[in-house]
Design a protein around this ligand. Sequence first.
Ligand SMILES: [Zn+2]
Ligand SMILES: [Zn+2]
Length: 129
Amino acid sequence: MADFKKLPFFGKPAMEFTDRILKCIDCGAEFVFTAGEQLFFYDKQFKNDPKHCKQCKAKRSSGGARVRPETRTACSACGAETTVPFKPTQGRPVLCRSCFQKQPKPQPAFPSKPAEDARPEPETPTEQN
Ligand SMILES: [Zn+2]
Ligand SMILES: [Zn+2]
């Protein structure tokens, strides 16, 4: 049995993070680099602090049209830093745009559901007492 219930240990991180005020290099506005974001950066081993406020980041990534939940992560195939329009699940491969296009089709690492229907029904044990 795979222990799929094993979750990352969120109770108390190894490092304590506190909200920090950073300055946007684009517009000079101060923005909060929250403890949660720092934990995320620490988790992803990002070495650099964010340099842009949320507004400028949104403008740069989506042309100012609409804020998308883009997450910076590293490509599982080539290791290049990329942004994905979803929150990557831990343990799931994330591909950059070029690697994703090289893929013929998305290949699940393992079947999400065991084919229980294929298994023969076990005989009801006859309990003799
Ligand atoms: Zn800014
Ligand atoms: Zn890649």
